[in-house]
Design a protein around this ligand. Structure first.
Ligand code: FAD
Length: 462
């Protein structure tokens, strides 16, 4: 019987998985595999929260494949060695996978395709994780768009996202040796993941449950509520999208199907957020060093690092003395996710009030977020710094006090993640009264704002 290997990567799902669907349609025996690639130089190691997620996501995928009739084969090492070895072992005539867009990943995939072709093994890749491949909708000069709005408008005019594919009904194939998932050590020791376990259900079923809940409930009023961190006003689909447990096509069409006169505007805004994900990936595709190199080279001369280690640690641990910043950083510490508005405020605080290089923050988020995404994280940090494409202007410095007063007026979010603030006389400005157990501000907002503005002005004057 002919055999096809399906190589799973950032697409840990069985529905709307074009590579898996192609293997199923071929009628071949199928071997499904996942390679933990800690052997290819340049592949960015996952952060702690993402490793936790990956463990559970793989367990969920293995269970789904098992129900379809085949096991998930786990192998570890450099993909360029491990995958060909598996193909030989299985005597496969074909390999299929869904495309990924980072430079090292693309280089690996191209090299594999070429070497499989030399050996007479057919290797085919599919579009699965972005609705628009980064090279499809480019600016007039054939480069990445620099501004989001024209990019997204051009995407929507270019093509309506295709309909999702159904999951295969059943699969058949041999049983090959597999690593033991538990032995990969993706789960943390000591165990700090209780908050993650209580908050998330990694895997495809969890992703679809989230989507259904969102469309049923939070989608109504999303446009306004998405800015209120105390409310579950957003979908929280980001880690599921990151690991490909649900495809953007599935999310897009489910949202379109639910549109009616009362939700049309909310779901248009939600669709545009999916567009920001696509925009970020186009930026990364054309600027592979987006996580480490300023998109605007003039920022290379910026005078970072005037803060102390103690200030950085205060930010990381949520002890800056500014309630919104501390609530956000502790939310991320506790559940591996932070509300978008608070991500912007905490990033702005690190970069502009503490004057710490955005790359330091990008790395911390990479380690702590369950949705840590090579493109969205890097693009967003550069957006806040002002060094990125379509970036926030340098004079936009989020004031954490005004932000919490506006978007969390009752202080419910603040108290939820900084419980000692329940005792504070003034929850938004605890230094104006008694606040037992809560730290004093690490910097003065006004002075640090002025310092940042001067530094940014000096940069713009060259
Ligand atoms: P929803 O509002 O429900 O949006 C739906 C989906 O659209 C999200 O799941 C996400 O895939 C996408 N999306 C929404 N906003 C953005 C955005 N601004 N940029 C790109 N995609 C977006 N998002 C990540 O997925 N991974 C990251 O590592 C990441 N790091 C960030 C770092 C900073 C400093 C900032 C300011 C933002 C970052 N974001 C990141 C973007 C955004 O905060 C999250 O995508 C969003 O909070 C996820 O929550 P949600 O799924 O409820 O979003």
């Amino acid at each position: 019987m002919a055999l096809t290997v399906v190589w799973f990567r950032d697409d840990l799902r069985i529905s709307d998985n074009p590579a898996l669907a192609a293997a199923a349609d071929s009628g071949d025996d199928v071997v499904a595999c996942y390679v933990l690639d800690d052997g290819t130089a340049g592949i960015r190691p996952l952060g702690g929260a993402s490793r936790w997620w990956l463990h559970h996501s793989l367990a969920a995928l293995a269970a789904s494949l098992d129900e379809l009739g085949i096991p998930l084969v786990l192998r570890r090492g450099a993909a360029e060695e491990v995958l060909p070895a598996l193909v030989r072992e299985a005597s496969a005539h074909a390999v299929v996978w869904n495309r990924r867009y980072g430079l090292v990943e693309r280089t690996t995939d191209s090299a594999l395709k070429a070497s499989f072709a030399d050996q007479g093994v057919q290797a085919t890749s599919y579009q699965a994780n972005l609705m628009y491949e980064p090279w499809e909708v480019t600016s007039g000069s054939g480069e990445a768009y620099k501004v989001f709005t024209p990019f997204w408008r051009a995407c929507l005019t270019f093509r309506t996202p295709r309909e999702p594919l159904p999951a295969p009904e059943s699969l058949h194939g041999p049983v090959l040796g597999s690593d033991d998932l538990d032995a990969w050590g993706l789960l943390p020791t000591p165990d700090w993941a209780q908050g993650l376990r209580e908050t998330w259900t990694p895997g495809e079923a969890g992703a679809h449950a989230r989507l259904d809940d969102f469309l049923e409930d939070a989608a109504h009023g999303y446009k306004d509520n998405r800015d209120r961190p105390a409310v579950q006003g957003t979908s929280r689909l980001s880690p599921h999208l990151r690991f490909g447990e649900i495809s953007p096509f599935e999310v897009w069409h489910a949202a379109q199907d639910r549109k009616d006169s009362s939700t049309a505007e909310d779901l248009r805004v939600f669709g545009a957020e999916l567009g920001w994900r696509e925009f970020s990936w186009q930026l990364l595709y054309f600027n592979p060093e987006l996580a480490t190199v300023n998109y605007r080279p003039e920022f290379n001369a910026f005078a970072w690092e005037s803060s102390t280690k103690a200030e950085l640690e205060a930010w990381q641990r949520g002890r800056t003395g500014y309630p919104l910043i501390d609530a956000g950083m502790r939310q991320m510490w506790e559940i591996g996710w932070m509300h978008n508005r608070v991500r912007m405020a905490t990033a702005s605080f690190l970069i502009k009030n503490l004057m710490i290089d955005w790359r330091v923050g990008e790395k911390w988020f990479w380690d702590c977020l369950v949705d840590a995404d090579a493109a969205s994280n890097a693009a967003s940090w550069q957006w806040v710094a002002g060094s990125g494409a379509d970036a926030s202007p340098y004079f936009r410095i989020f004031n954490p006090v005004l932000q919490s007063k506006k978007f969390d007026p009752e202080g419910a979010y603040l108290v939820r993640f900084v419980p000692e603030l329940a005792e504070a006389q003034n929850v938004h400005e605890p230094w104006k009264g008694t606040a037992p157990g809560y730290p004093d501000p690490v910097v003065d907002l006004k002075e640090s704002r002025q310092r940042a503005l001067s530094a940014y002005k000096a940069l713009s004057e060259g």
